[in-house]
Design a binder for this molecule. Structure first.
Ligand SMILES: [Zn+2]
Ligand SMILES: [Zn+2]
Length: 333
Protein backbone atom coordinates (compact mmCIF):
# COMPACT_ATOMS: atom_id res chain seq x y z
CA UNK A 1 0.00 0.00 0.00
CA UNK A 2 1.33 3.44 -0.89
CA UNK A 3 1.95 5.68 2.09
CA UNK A 4 0.89 9.35 1.80
CA UNK A 5 3.61 11.87 1.03
CA UNK A 6 5.22 13.62 3.98
CA UNK A 7 3.37 16.77 4.98
CA UNK A 8 5.15 20.02 4.34
CA UNK A 9 3.97 22.89 6.47
CA UNK A 10 2.39 25.58 4.36
CA UNK A 11 2.57 23.61 1.16
CA UNK A 12 -0.31 22.58 -1.07
CA UNK A 13 -1.98 19.72 0.74
CA UNK A 14 -1.88 16.47 -1.19
CA UNK A 15 -4.68 14.78 0.75
CA UNK A 16 -8.03 15.74 2.19
CA UNK A 17 -8.53 16.23 5.89
CA UNK A 18 -10.20 12.86 6.24
CA UNK A 19 -6.99 11.21 5.05
CA UNK A 20 -4.71 13.54 6.94
CA UNK A 21 -2.66 12.78 10.04
CA UNK A 22 -4.59 15.68 11.66
CA UNK A 23 -7.67 13.50 11.89
CA UNK A 24 -6.06 11.48 14.65
CA UNK A 25 -4.66 14.53 16.37
CA UNK A 26 -7.96 16.40 16.45
CA UNK A 27 -9.76 13.53 18.12
CA UNK A 28 -7.74 14.15 21.30
CA UNK A 29 -9.78 16.28 23.70
CA UNK A 30 -8.41 19.13 25.79
CA UNK A 31 -9.80 20.00 29.20
CA UNK A 32 -11.95 23.15 29.14
CA UNK A 33 -9.74 26.14 30.10
CA UNK A 34 -10.16 27.41 33.67
CA UNK A 35 -12.31 30.52 34.16
CA UNK A 36 -10.36 33.76 33.82
CA UNK A 37 -13.20 36.30 33.82
CA UNK A 38 -14.91 37.44 37.05
CA UNK A 39 -18.18 35.70 37.94
CA UNK A 40 -20.19 38.94 37.66
CA UNK A 41 -19.02 39.43 34.07
CA UNK A 42 -19.76 35.82 33.16
CA UNK A 43 -23.27 36.15 34.57
CA UNK A 44 -23.78 39.46 32.74
CA UNK A 45 -22.62 38.15 29.34
CA UNK A 46 -24.47 34.85 29.80
CA UNK A 47 -27.71 36.67 30.66
CA UNK A 48 -27.28 38.96 27.67
CA UNK A 49 -26.82 35.98 25.35
CA UNK A 50 -29.88 34.29 26.83
CA UNK A 51 -31.98 37.42 26.31
CA UNK A 52 -30.70 37.81 22.75
CA UNK A 53 -31.99 34.30 21.97
CA UNK A 54 -35.21 34.50 23.98
CA UNK A 55 -36.49 37.76 22.48
CA UNK A 56 -36.76 36.56 18.85
CA UNK A 57 -38.21 33.24 20.02
CA UNK A 58 -40.88 35.14 21.98
CA UNK A 59 -41.63 37.30 18.96
CA UNK A 60 -41.98 34.24 16.72
CA UNK A 61 -44.45 32.68 19.17
CA UNK A 62 -46.52 35.69 20.17
CA UNK A 63 -46.06 38.55 17.67
CA UNK A 64 -47.11 39.27 14.14
CA UNK A 65 -43.93 39.32 12.07
CA UNK A 66 -44.11 41.49 8.96
CA UNK A 67 -42.11 40.99 5.78
CA UNK A 68 -40.22 44.21 6.53
CA UNK A 69 -38.97 42.67 9.81
CA UNK A 70 -37.43 39.76 7.88
CA UNK A 71 -35.99 42.19 5.34
CA UNK A 72 -34.31 44.21 8.11
CA UNK A 73 -33.02 40.95 9.62
CA UNK A 74 -31.47 39.96 6.27
CA UNK A 75 -30.03 43.45 5.76
CA UNK A 76 -28.48 43.52 9.23
CA UNK A 77 -27.10 40.01 8.73
CA UNK A 78 -25.34 41.18 5.55
CA UNK A 79 -24.07 44.24 7.45
CA UNK A 80 -22.88 42.05 10.33
CA UNK A 81 -21.17 39.42 8.17
CA UNK A 82 -19.36 42.02 6.05
CA UNK A 83 -18.40 44.02 9.15
CA UNK A 84 -16.98 40.83 10.62
CA UNK A 85 -15.07 39.93 7.46
CA UNK A 86 -13.82 43.34 6.35
CA UNK A 87 -13.52 45.29 9.59
CA UNK A 88 -13.16 43.09 12.63
CA UNK A 89 -11.27 40.15 11.20
CA UNK A 90 -9.20 41.29 8.25
CA UNK A 91 -8.53 44.88 9.37
CA UNK A 92 -8.47 44.88 13.17
CA UNK A 93 -7.45 41.24 13.56
CA UNK A 94 -4.77 41.08 10.86
CA UNK A 95 -4.18 44.57 9.43
CA UNK A 96 -4.61 43.20 5.93
CA UNK A 97 -5.03 46.72 4.50
CA UNK A 98 -4.50 50.32 5.55
CA UNK A 99 -7.02 53.10 5.75
CA UNK A 100 -7.67 56.58 7.16
CA UNK A 101 -8.29 57.14 10.83
CA UNK A 102 -11.85 58.28 10.19
CA UNK A 103 -12.70 55.16 8.17
CA UNK A 104 -11.01 53.07 10.85
CA UNK A 105 -13.36 54.69 13.37
CA UNK A 106 -16.34 53.86 11.17
CA UNK A 107 -15.19 50.21 10.93
CA UNK A 108 -14.78 50.20 14.72
CA UNK A 109 -18.27 51.62 15.26
CA UNK A 110 -19.79 49.06 12.90
CA UNK A 111 -17.93 46.35 14.83
CA UNK A 112 -19.61 47.49 18.03
CA UNK A 113 -23.02 46.87 16.46
CA UNK A 114 -22.03 43.17 16.70
CA UNK A 115 -21.84 43.46 20.50
CA UNK A 116 -18.05 43.37 20.52
CA UNK A 117 -15.27 45.89 19.87
CA UNK A 118 -12.10 46.03 17.79
CA UNK A 119 -9.61 45.81 20.67
CA UNK A 120 -11.05 42.77 22.41
CA UNK A 121 -11.79 41.02 19.14
CA UNK A 122 -8.25 41.57 17.83
CA UNK A 123 -6.67 40.41 21.10
CA UNK A 124 -8.76 37.28 21.32
CA UNK A 125 -8.39 36.44 17.64
CA UNK A 126 -4.63 36.87 17.67
CA UNK A 127 -4.50 34.47 20.63
CA UNK A 128 -6.42 31.99 18.49
CA UNK A 129 -3.86 32.22 15.67
CA UNK A 130 -0.96 32.04 18.10
CA UNK A 131 -2.21 28.93 19.88
CA UNK A 132 -4.58 27.39 17.29
CA UNK A 133 -5.56 23.82 18.15
CA UNK A 134 -3.43 23.75 21.27
CA UNK A 135 -4.75 23.74 24.85
CA UNK A 136 -4.21 27.53 24.93
CA UNK A 137 -6.50 28.18 21.95
CA UNK A 138 -9.36 30.44 23.22
CA UNK A 139 -11.98 28.46 21.27
CA UNK A 140 -10.60 25.12 20.18
CA UNK A 141 -13.19 22.52 19.12
CA UNK A 142 -11.01 20.06 20.99
CA UNK A 143 -12.11 21.67 24.26
CA UNK A 144 -15.66 20.57 23.38
CA UNK A 145 -18.42 21.97 21.21
CA UNK A 146 -20.03 23.88 24.09
CA UNK A 147 -16.85 25.74 24.98
CA UNK A 148 -15.96 26.41 21.33
CA UNK A 149 -19.44 27.57 20.32
CA UNK A 150 -20.87 29.37 23.36
CA UNK A 151 -18.60 29.04 26.40
CA UNK A 152 -15.74 30.97 24.82
CA UNK A 153 -18.09 33.92 24.21
CA UNK A 154 -18.61 34.10 27.97
CA UNK A 155 -15.12 33.17 29.14
CA UNK A 156 -12.34 32.18 26.76
CA UNK A 157 -9.88 31.30 29.52
CA UNK A 158 -7.97 34.57 29.28
CA UNK A 159 -8.31 37.65 31.48
CA UNK A 160 -9.24 40.97 29.90
CA UNK A 161 -5.67 42.19 30.55
CA UNK A 162 -4.22 39.18 28.69
CA UNK A 163 -6.57 39.72 25.76
CA UNK A 164 -5.84 43.45 25.58
CA UNK A 165 -2.10 42.73 25.73
CA UNK A 166 -2.36 41.18 22.27
CA UNK A 167 -4.06 44.26 20.82
CA UNK A 168 -1.77 46.97 22.18
CA UNK A 169 -1.38 48.49 18.71
CA UNK A 170 -5.03 49.55 18.67
CA UNK A 171 -4.97 51.01 22.17
CA UNK A 172 -3.00 54.03 21.02
CA UNK A 173 -6.18 55.30 19.39
CA UNK A 174 -8.32 56.93 22.14
CA UNK A 175 -11.44 56.64 19.99
CA UNK A 176 -11.04 52.83 19.79
CA UNK A 177 -10.52 52.63 23.56
CA UNK A 178 -13.69 54.70 23.94
CA UNK A 179 -15.56 52.31 21.64
CA UNK A 180 -14.29 49.42 23.77
CA UNK A 181 -15.62 51.02 26.96
CA UNK A 182 -18.98 51.87 25.42
CA UNK A 183 -19.39 48.90 23.05
CA UNK A 184 -22.87 47.89 24.19
CA UNK A 185 -24.14 51.46 23.84
CA UNK A 186 -23.65 51.41 20.07
CA UNK A 187 -25.43 48.10 19.56
CA UNK A 188 -28.15 49.54 21.83
CA UNK A 189 -28.55 52.52 19.48
CA UNK A 190 -29.17 50.18 16.53
CA UNK A 191 -31.60 48.17 18.67
CA UNK A 192 -33.47 51.37 19.59
CA UNK A 193 -33.58 52.44 15.95
CA UNK A 194 -35.21 49.15 14.91
CA UNK A 195 -37.72 49.40 17.79
CA UNK A 196 -38.55 52.99 16.85
CA UNK A 197 -38.99 52.12 13.17
CA UNK A 198 -40.95 48.88 13.48
CA UNK A 199 -41.86 48.22 17.10
CA UNK A 200 -41.15 45.02 19.04
CA UNK A 201 -41.25 42.66 16.06
CA UNK A 202 -38.61 44.62 14.14
CA UNK A 203 -36.45 44.89 17.26
CA UNK A 204 -36.79 41.15 17.94
CA UNK A 205 -36.38 39.85 14.38
CA UNK A 206 -34.50 42.69 12.69
CA UNK A 207 -31.98 43.37 15.43
CA UNK A 208 -31.85 40.45 17.91
CA UNK A 209 -32.25 37.61 15.40
CA UNK A 210 -29.71 39.08 12.98
CA UNK A 211 -27.18 39.39 15.84
CA UNK A 212 -27.92 35.81 16.92
CA UNK A 213 -27.31 34.53 13.37
CA UNK A 214 -24.06 36.53 13.10
CA UNK A 215 -22.90 35.19 16.44
CA UNK A 216 -23.61 31.57 15.51
CA UNK A 217 -22.03 32.02 12.07
CA UNK A 218 -18.78 33.09 13.74
CA UNK A 219 -18.96 30.19 16.19
CA UNK A 220 -19.65 27.82 13.29
CA UNK A 221 -16.45 28.96 11.57
CA UNK A 222 -14.54 28.56 14.84
CA UNK A 223 -15.88 25.02 15.18
CA UNK A 224 -16.28 23.61 11.66
CA UNK A 225 -13.29 25.59 10.36
CA UNK A 226 -11.12 23.36 12.55
CA UNK A 227 -13.22 20.24 12.34
CA UNK A 228 -14.72 19.42 8.94
CA UNK A 229 -14.03 20.11 5.30
CA UNK A 230 -10.91 19.77 3.24
CA UNK A 231 -7.45 21.12 3.85
CA UNK A 232 -5.76 22.77 0.88
CA UNK A 233 -2.63 23.63 2.84
CA UNK A 234 -0.71 21.64 5.43
CA UNK A 235 -0.75 24.28 8.12
CA UNK A 236 0.49 23.50 11.60
CA UNK A 237 -3.06 23.75 12.95
CA UNK A 238 -6.06 21.62 11.98
CA UNK A 239 -7.88 24.34 10.02
CA UNK A 240 -10.20 23.36 7.17
CA UNK A 241 -12.31 24.97 4.45
CA UNK A 242 -15.95 24.08 5.29
CA UNK A 243 -17.78 24.96 2.06
CA UNK A 244 -21.22 25.88 3.43
CA UNK A 245 -19.77 28.21 6.06
CA UNK A 246 -17.45 29.74 3.50
CA UNK A 247 -20.46 30.84 1.51
CA UNK A 248 -22.71 31.69 4.44
CA UNK A 249 -20.14 33.96 6.11
CA UNK A 250 -19.22 35.77 2.89
CA UNK A 251 -15.72 34.33 2.74
CA UNK A 252 -14.78 33.93 6.39
CA UNK A 253 -15.18 30.15 6.27
CA UNK A 254 -12.21 29.53 3.94
CA UNK A 255 -10.39 29.01 7.15
CA UNK A 256 -7.54 26.75 6.07
CA UNK A 257 -6.65 29.28 3.37
CA UNK A 258 -6.84 31.98 6.02
CA UNK A 259 -4.60 30.15 8.50
CA UNK A 260 -2.07 29.65 5.71
CA UNK A 261 -2.15 33.35 4.77
CA UNK A 262 -3.46 35.10 7.89
CA UNK A 263 -2.61 38.63 6.80
CA UNK A 264 -4.14 38.27 3.35
CA UNK A 265 -7.22 40.36 2.64
CA UNK A 266 -8.39 37.55 0.38
CA UNK A 267 -9.49 34.23 1.89
CA UNK A 268 -11.28 32.55 -1.04
CA UNK A 269 -8.54 31.36 -3.37
CA UNK A 270 -10.15 28.95 -5.81
CA UNK A 271 -13.15 29.00 -8.11
CA UNK A 272 -16.29 28.55 -6.06
CA UNK A 273 -14.68 29.95 -2.91
CA UNK A 274 -16.74 33.11 -2.99
CA UNK A 275 -15.33 35.93 -0.91
CA UNK A 276 -17.63 38.98 -0.92
CA UNK A 277 -15.68 40.53 1.98
CA UNK A 278 -12.62 40.69 -0.28
CA UNK A 279 -14.73 42.14 -3.11
CA UNK A 280 -15.78 44.95 -0.74
CA UNK A 281 -12.12 45.57 0.14
CA UNK A 282 -11.30 45.72 -3.58
CA UNK A 283 -14.14 48.20 -4.09
CA UNK A 284 -12.91 50.35 -1.18
CA UNK A 285 -9.42 50.24 -2.67
CA UNK A 286 -10.78 51.35 -6.02
CA UNK A 287 -12.45 54.42 -4.52
CA UNK A 288 -9.33 55.18 -2.50
CA UNK A 289 -10.67 54.55 1.00
CA UNK A 290 -8.20 51.72 1.68
CA UNK A 291 -4.75 50.92 0.29
CA UNK A 292 -1.78 48.56 0.74
CA UNK A 293 -4.15 45.60 0.49
CA UNK A 294 -2.17 42.48 1.38
CA UNK A 295 -2.42 39.30 -0.64
CA UNK A 296 -0.89 35.85 -0.18
CA UNK A 297 2.89 36.06 -0.14
CA UNK A 298 3.49 32.38 -0.64
CA UNK A 299 2.48 29.59 -2.99
CA UNK A 300 -1.22 30.44 -2.88
CA UNK A 301 -2.21 29.08 -6.21
CA UNK A 302 -1.90 25.73 -7.88
CA UNK A 303 0.04 25.80 -11.14
CA UNK A 304 -2.41 26.57 -13.99
CA UNK A 305 -1.94 23.17 -15.57
CA UNK A 306 -2.54 21.09 -12.43
CA UNK A 307 -5.58 20.31 -10.37
CA UNK A 308 -5.76 20.21 -6.60
CA UNK A 309 -7.10 17.04 -5.03
CA UNK A 310 -9.91 17.08 -2.51
CA UNK A 311 -12.16 14.52 -0.94
CA UNK A 312 -14.99 15.70 -3.17
CA UNK A 313 -13.14 15.22 -6.41
CA UNK A 314 -10.81 17.75 -7.92
CA UNK A 315 -10.83 21.51 -7.99
CA UNK A 316 -10.26 23.32 -11.22
CA UNK A 317 -7.20 25.53 -11.35
CA UNK A 318 -7.70 29.25 -10.83
CA UNK A 319 -8.37 31.43 -13.82
CA UNK A 320 -5.04 32.69 -15.07
CA UNK A 321 -4.58 36.33 -15.85
CA UNK A 322 -6.93 37.57 -13.13
CA UNK A 323 -5.78 40.48 -11.03
CA UNK A 324 -5.29 38.26 -8.03
CA UNK A 325 -3.42 35.50 -9.73
CA UNK A 326 -1.13 37.98 -11.44
CA UNK A 327 -0.31 39.68 -8.17
CA UNK A 328 0.00 36.51 -6.14
CA UNK A 329 2.15 34.76 -8.68
CA UNK A 330 4.30 37.85 -8.98
CA UNK A 331 4.85 37.65 -5.23
CA UNK A 332 6.31 34.19 -5.65
CA UNK A 333 8.96 35.24 -8.10
ZN1 LIG B 1 -8.92 29.24 13.16
ZN1 LIG C 1 -7.76 35.31 11.54
Amino acid sequence: MNSPPSPRVGSQCAWSRSQSPFRQQTSVRFPRPPHAQPLSLRIGVGSGLLALHTIPLTALCYSQIAAIDWAVCALLYVQGALTMGVGLHRYFGHRSFRTTRSFQLLLGWLACTLLTDPIRFAGKHRLHHRYADSPRDPHSPRAGIWHCWIGSLIDEGYSTAQIRHHARDWQRYPELVWLERTRFLHAGLVALATAWLGGFSMFAIGFCLSRVICLHAVSAVNYFGHRSGDRRFDTQDASTNPVFWGWFTFGEGWHNNHHRFPTSARCGLARGEIDPAYRIIQLLEKIGWVWDVRLPAGPALPPPSKEVSSSKGTQRPLKTGSRFSTKARAALR
